[in-house]
Design a protein. Structure first.
Length: 405
DNA sequence: TCTGGGGTCCTAGGACCC
DNA sequence: TCTGGGGTCCTAGGACCC
């Protein structure tokens, strides 16, 4: 049976979604048609380009560069702030609409997904017509456009959706690979980032075709185990499955860039408390426990480091996460000014590990009860509505975070 | 008025065991 | 009285994705 996979990608997702929002709320201009970007908050040192309009792109503005640089390139640039709540809603609506076409839908990020039509191919003899229908309907129903890539595997579908934009449908079947994919720069290949591209260029490999036809021995010398995978990708070979996602995350993390570089231990620990509550609640919502906990940092020099531990007993309680985070902090903080700090939980299990003694069990149950109540209140009134008294004073940053929600 | 945030995966190296 | 080697687990750091 011929496999048919779609990759659907929202064009300029954040910017398009904001454009739709603004138009729905009486804004006269469609910000997709002017030099505009969605940017983070500069006063909080988060001033980077998150998404750009096609016009802004013509000025050479790129994603993730500073707004300062972007304005230099285009002084009349209009900057709009991100509205994550709205983006999540747009994403949910889109996924729900697409899932009518096939149950086998894998959401790949907030604005992308794969659809597998293999099992339902008898329903859709002409997949091109289906793609055309989806493209049109999304535009009419939601007011933004998508690119659709069609191929016999995920990798090629993803590569295809990245061809000419916006509002386009492309195919990339095996026989089309030499003409459509091989002339592209090797850095365009999925999973080839800046580092790998540089290394490949050093070896005289500049296009995806060069990579597909390079001697494997040469690649192995420089990329070890990754070499085979890289070349397979360049040849359009990929056997990964579209997985209808209900499976859990492998890690949950939270991190925050601070308004200035903190050197004060007490302040840093207060941030950790906040974050412990956030990741803990996320974990409890999934009814999971974490065995591994890490504290991550970025210092003023932008150097990142981390420290982690494996817990004796898996946990999802804020208090325990916080205590262990503090322990890790004490063991690892180099007393350098901190720009960004975070907590990461991983190694999830369904239960806490230890066989609890009767008394411990009782205590544990009580703690869980307390936690449940706290979660309910937090859900209703927002993060930080119920926090230990020690955190009350001097939490400017946190209050601002609250306002955003 | 430099450089966000949330993820996944891989590798190297150390500790420890047999 | 010169220290092998395989396996496993853990940690730190980094590359890459959107």
């Amino acid at each position: 049976m011929k496999k048919i996979i779609f990759h659907i990608d929202v064009n300029n997702a954040f910017l398009s979604w904001s454009a739709v929002y603004l138009l729905q709320h009486g804004y006269q201009q469609d910000i997709r048609t002017i030099p505009s970007v969605i940017g983070g908050d500069e006063t909080k040192r988060k001033g980077v380009v998150l998404a750009k309009s096609p016009v802004a792109k013509q000025y050479g503005i790129i994603t993730a560069e500073t707004l300062y640089m972007a304005r230099k390139k285009c002084p009349q640039l209009q900057v709009f702030s991100a509205n994550y709540q709205w983006y999540r809603k747009c994403s949910e609506n889109l996924m729900q609409y697409l899932s009518q076409y096939t149950p086998c839908l894998e959401q790949f990020s907030i604005d992308e997904c794969f659809l597998d039509f293999t099992g339902t191919s008898f329903l859709y003899k002409d997949y091109r017509k289906v793609a055309e229908k989806i493209r049109k309907e999304v535009k009419e129903k939601f007011g933004f456009t998508v690119n659709i890539g069609i191929a016999s595997n995920k990798l090629c579908a993803k590569m295809a959706s990245d061809f000419e934009k916006p509002d386009k449908i492309h195919t990339l079947f095996q026989e089309e690979i030499p003409t459509k994919m091989w002339p592209l720069p090797v850095g365009d290949l999925f999973m080839v980032g800046k580092r790998s591209e540089f290394k490949l260029n050093q070896l005289g490999i500049y296009t995806i075709g060069d990579l597909a036809n390079a001697p494997l021995s040469l690649l192995k010398r420089h990329f070890k185990n990754q070499a085979f995978f890289l070349q397979e990708a360049a040849r359009g070979i990929d056997s990964s499955k579209v997985i209808a996602k209900s499976e859990q995350n492998k890690c949950i993390s939270v991190s925050e860039t601070l308004q200035y570089d903190y050197k004060d231990e007490a302040k840093l620990k207060k941030i950790l408390l906040y974050q412990a509550e956030e990741v803990g609640r996320a974990l409890r919502e999934q009814r999971m426990y974490a065995k591994s906990i890490a504290v991550t940092y970025k210092n003023a020099m932008f150097k990142s480091y981390s420290h982690q531990m494996t817990l004796l007993n898996a946990t999802n309680l804020t208090d325990e996460i916080y205590k262990n985070a503090c322990l890790l902090f004490d063991q690892s903080w180099r007393e350098d000014p901190i720009r960004n700090i975070g907590i990461r939980l991983s190694d999830f299990t369904m239960n806490t590990q230890e066989q609890l003694s009767f008394f411990h069990e009782k205590e544990d149950k009580l703690e869980n009860k307390v936690q449940e109540v706290i979660d309910k209140i937090t859900k209703k009134y927002g993060t930080g509505s119920l926090i230990p008294a020690s955190y009350k004073e001097d939490s400017r940053q946190s209050h601002e975070k609250l306002k955003k929600r």
